[in-house]
Design a protein around this ligand. Structure first.
Ligand code: NI
Length: 174
């Protein structure tokens, strides 16, 4: 497994629509393992392939807490087949928008159909944090980042904060 560099905004790849995976071969399995390692070391609880610069419809998720046994889920070609009318609010962040957070409203429960690593068709019915992460990551496959849900003003403030922190980091590194 290799830890890869995470693509950050405003990289144009984050706005692209990812292609379905046609065949689950060893390259795909290796990529999924690299994605998991990259996500764990970030650390994060979800990662889409586009975030390591690969425009394929794959995500990895693990919402287990630090003191719990890791519980990674690999989803290939995930698709939301059902979403509740009930909504929930959650504070979201994204490894591609480092250290910035905002409250986003999404359906509280979703059912996601996907292929697992062995190519079996699987389904997850999720609520709570898992529902949030699945929707957030599937958005990435459609060229969408959580800040796209914000009002133009809120987005501008968040992007300004990000810019400021990046400048401070640069200064610290010098
Ligand atoms: Ni993200």
């Amino acid at each position: 497994m290799t830890k890869l560099k995470i693509v950050e905004i405003p990289d144009p790849r984050l706005k692209k629509i990812s292609e379905p995976v046609k065949e689950i071969n060893q390259d795909i399995i290796n990529l999924l393992d690299d994605m998991l390692e990259t996500m764990y070391s970030a650390p994060g609880i979800g990662l889409a392939a586009v975030q390591i610069g690969v425009l394929l419809r794959m995500i990895v998720v693990d919402i287990a807490a630090k003191d719990e046994t890791p519980n990674p889920i690999f989803l290939i070609n995930p698709e939301i087949i059902e979403a509740s009318e009930n909504l929930q609010e959650c504070e979201e962040g994204c490894l591609s928008v480092p250290k910035q957070f905002a409250t986003i409203t999404r359906p509280a429960e979703v059912t996601v159909k996907y292929l697992d690593k062995k190519g079996n068709v699987s389904q997850i019915k999720a609520d709570g944090l898992l529902a949030v992460v699945l929707q957030h990551e599937i958005d990435h496959l459609n060229g969408k980042v959580f800040i796209d849900y914000l009002s133009p003003l809120k987005r501008k403030i968040l992007l300004r904060k990000l810019q400021k922190e990046r400048r401070l980091n640069e200064l610290e590194e010098k």
